[in-house]
Design a protein around this ligand. Structure first.
Ligand code: NAP
Length: 283
């Protein structure tokens, strides 16, 4: 059994991004910039935003955090976003979710043009992913999962990939990505009957649910590849959706939690910011 080491893959990709950024600076005098808009004082969001700032600094991306009060009006937040939409120096715009409830989230997110949509959630980027086009920006967590599988040269074509979870940010986009890699994809969710049967057919099993130890070793195929995106906090500790000790008895490859999928999400945000900037520069 091999551990899929998200910290290792993440640091390898971050070094590549850093190198690419230095080259773009040398060749074009290009500077890269990410703007993050946050409204309110959600403690988890503040930690995420701080981590994003730190990661940007590490690879040489300038980052700006626009911190708006909880009671910010729809007009105010929209004009802050439009300023960045129209600023050529800004390559990527990210609105930290959740937003305070009085705000119209859909309207706000729609202001971000697809070429600056570094979260990859816009209708246009989702459509490009669905159509198998390579000129969009892909959602960070599922893209990070694909990078993990590729780093370890895990064969994908023809494999049965079973994804548990169908959210717009992980499960659904990942299904499209694995389909593009020629997997046969099954997407399970809370209404799926006989989940164990689906699990037992998986060559590649990805969980993105948010339920501690939903999956254990019991129904797994020998040699399965397990990618656990779940983050479940309990008594100050983080657990995955998969019981690692039991599942690792059957798996050829498995991600730990923490240290598997987690580090890849911000890394792919850095990658998207670089990609957005370099596409604009080389156009
Ligand atoms: P979400 O929007 O809550 O979606 C959860 C999915 O799990 C839904 O599709 C739900 O089905 C399904 N589900 C719930 N209970 C189930 C069950 N008993 N059996 C089968 N399916 C079940 O969550 P998300 O945003 O995708 O996040 C999922 C997990 O990944 C969370 O733990 C989150 O913290 C983690 N996550 C991690 C990262 C990272 O960077 N590592 C990034 C994003 C998310 P229905 O659709 O039928 O409700």
């Amino acid at each position: 059994m091999k551990i899929i080491d998200g910290k290792l893959v993440s640091s390898t990709i971050r070094n590549e991004i850093k190198e690419n950024i230095l080259n773009a600076e040398r060749n074009y005098g290009k500077k890269f910039k990410l703007s993050v808009i946050i409204a309110g004082d959600d403690p988890a969001s503040e930690i995420y935003v701080r981590n994003k700032e730190k990661a940007c600094a590490e690879v040489g991306i300038m980052s700006e955090t626009v911190h708006l009060p909880e009671n910010v009006s729809q007009n105010e937040i929209e004009s802050e976003i439009l300023l960045r939409v129209n600023d050529d120096a800004v390559d990527g715009i990210l609105v930290q979710l959740p937003l305070p409830e009085h705000l119209d989230k859909e309207r706000i997110l729609k202001l971000i043009p697809p070429e600056k949509d570094v979260d990859g959630f816009s209708d246009e980027n989702t459509g490009k992913l669905a159509l198998g086009k390579s000129d969009g920006l892909y959602p960070c967590t599922p893209h990070g999962i694909i990078k993990l599988l590729k780093y370890y040269d895990i064969p994908l074509a023809g494999k049965n990939a079973v994804i548990i979870g169908r959210s717009n940010i992980v499960g659904k986009p990942l299904a499209l990505m694995l389909l593009s890699e020629d997997c046969t994809v099954t997407v399970c969710h809370s209404k799926t009957k006989n989940l164990e049967d689906h699990i037992s057919r998986a060559d590649i099993l990805v969980t993105a649910v948010g339920k501690k130890w939903l999956v254990d070793g019991k129904n797994l195929k020998d040699g399965v590849v397990i990618v656990d995106a779940g983050i479940n906090r309990e008594d100050g500790k983080i657990y995955g959706d998969v019981n690692f000790d039991s599942a690792s008895q059957k798996a050829d490859y498995i991600t730990p939690v923490p240290g598997g999928v987690g580090p890849m999400t911000i890394t792919m945000l850095l990658y998207n910011t670089y990609l957005a900037g370099i596409r604009k520069t080389e156009k």
